[in-house]
Design a protein around this ligand. Sequence first.
Ligand code: ZN
Length: 238
Amino acid sequence: MRDVPERRAALQAGRVLAMAGQGDMVWGHVAVRDPDGRGIWIKAPGRGLEEVHDRDLQLVSFGGEVLDGAGSPHIEAHIHLEIMRRNPAVTCTVHSHAQAAVAFAALGTPLLPISHDGALFGGKDVPRFTTTGALVSTPDLGKALAETLGDAPAALMHRHGLVAAGEGVHAAVMHAVLLERACRVQLTAMAAGPIRDHSDAAEALAKRDQCWSDRQLRAGWDYLLRRADQAGTGQDVA
Ligand SMILES: [Zn+2]
């Protein structure tokens, strides 16, 4: 078949997420929209984010059917399918079980812009999916999650993990990375004492545009990809 750059991007995204500490053994996944509108490129179940080869990728239709690749799709492929169905501009989605996100969600406290990472939401709290903490195993649950995410860069999935989306693989992956870091920083601060200072809404909005422009997101992604390449995690297209 002809080369599909999105396949390479899906492999790179998995390696970068693992490098950023979002791996959870063989659970969690990233999806890249097929450029011809056939569905999403996503890894098959059973392999970690950083150990996926080209042969482990599947093309999954918006109906949940595997059009290319072997085996069944991830049971939670609905997360990606429904977010992309809802928002045609989104070309990449991430779902991970990042531990800091899970721990922070359990506190039920607003995510505050106490760092650059936290300014990603422009001074608003992060959206939270609370309908279920179990697997997003049906199209209806996927739709509900997509509604919760809306046009935000990322959302917490209470008792489960996080989801992120973006126009470009670099954006979706960086949104996931930034949310996890924002949760981790706030957990650290709260463990030490009450939070006494954070950006107000105006500063958070300004910082979001300043710190997290598309150019900055791409620079962060490029850095993480270099780190993943240096560490030799996983394989690229073979
Ligand atoms: Zn999950």
